[in-house]
Design a protein around this ligand. Structure first.
Ligand SMILES: C=C1C[C@]23C[C@H]1CC[C@H]2[C@@]12CCC[C@@](C)(C(=O)O1)[C@H]2[C@@H]3C(=O)O
Ligand SMILES: O=C(O)CCC(=O)C(=O)O
Ligand SMILES: [Fe+2]
Length: 309
């Protein structure tokens, strides 16, 4: 049933002149869209995917040497510090790579190299998209958003998720949560996965729609911070992943975040005389409150300003 609606997911061709308009419309309506002609080499993507799969195929006790994630490293089943669980194992990495890479398998040098070049291409794409967004929103300063990711203090995160096939599901046809519903707290997330389904987004009409997988494309999420910077004009998208009974899913996500000291506040040009819907806070404060929350919590709720009437 629901899959008939999946054709509604906007597709943005980054090489076309209408990209900025489509991006703004998609962010207003869904907080989510798919990007084609993104310019990241498929070769680089599949090489990284191969290395990641090699890591996940190591025995659990080997992988656990790279964990638990506090907040970076290998994690299995448990997500975040507050009791969330899913049918998933993952690597959480930051873009400064301060941790000991030798824990990431025999070929860790190759893995690190591939990761670094992938992360710089994806970061570049994120900045291009954020600049198109600013243009589409008719903001004078084209780099208002992208400068936050380009900042050397940018608090961006990278995650590789592996959802093993869950054979019991194939037998009894039930649903099982791979990664529970949530919004991403950062500015923007860029997701690329193999061809296994599972990702779903929540529409404002209250329905969950499956996102048909496409290993050649990227999927873009509006994060909570971008919702605030646009004073609610863009909404962060709730999403989740269901485990698959037959095939394993591998996804890689770049979460573009601002420097810790950055004030997350609506851009004056988007306020049009209105008041901010949010209290003032820094990314440091928001991130802290995020790590004190459960996955499904409405984290932005604590920072909403109740309009004085
Ligand atoms: C229960 C959790 C787990 C969190 C923090 C908190 C709420 C939101 C989760 C995420 C979701 C987006 C990526 C991530 C890295 C992030 O910034 O927020 C995740 C983080 C984690 O997996 O550690
Ligand atoms: O693995 C996926 O496809 C999405 C996971 C996700 O939403 C996340 O890691 O924030
Ligand atoms: Fe997410």
């Amino acid at each position: 049933m629901a899959s008939t609606f999946s054709s509604t997911i906007p597709i943005v061709d980054l090489s076309k002149p209408d990209a900025k308009t489509l991006i703004v419309n998609a962010c207003e309506e869904f907080g989510f869209f798919k990007v084609i002609n993104h310019g990241v080499s498929m070769e680089a993507i599949s090489q990284l995917e191969t290395e990641a799969l090699k890591f996940f195929s190591l025995p659990l006790n080997e992988k656990e040497k790279a964990g638990p994630p506090n907040p970076f490293g290998y994690g299995s089943k448990s997500i975040g510090p507050n009791g969330d669980v899913g049918w998933v194992e993952y690597l959480l990495l930051n873009n400064n790579q301060e941790h000991d890479f030798s824990l990431y398998g025999k070929n860790h040098e190759k893995f690190r190299c591939l990761l670094n070049s992938y992360m710089s291409s994806v970061k570049k794409m994120a900045c291009d998209i954020l600049e198109l967004m600013a243009e589409g929103l008719k903001i004078q300063q084209k780099n208002v958003f992208s400068k936050l990711l380009r900042d050397k203090e940018s608090d961006s995160v990278f995650r590789v998720n592996h959802y093993p096939a869950c054979p019991e599901l194939a037998v009894n046809g039930q649903n099982m949560i791979g990664f529970g519903e949530h919004t991403d707290p950062q500015i923007i997330s860029l997701l690329r996965s193999n061809n296994t389904s599972g990702l779903q987004i929540y529409l404002r009409d209250g329905s969950w729609i499956p996102v048909p997988p496409d290993h050649n494309s990227f999927f873009i999420n509006v994060g909570d911070s971008l919702q605030v910077m646009t004073n609610g004009r863009f909404g962060s998208v709730r999403h989740r992943v269901l485990a698959n009974g037959f095939k394993s899913r591998l996804s890689m996500i770049y979460f573009g975040g601002p420097p810790l000291s950055e004030k997350i506040t609506p851009l004056p040009s988007l306020m049009k005389g209105k008041e901010s819907l949010y209290k003032e806070f820094t990314w440091f404060e928001y991130k802290n409150s995020t790590y004190g929350s459960r996955l499904a919590d409405n984290r932005l709720g604590h920072f909403e300003r109740i309009a004085a009437s």
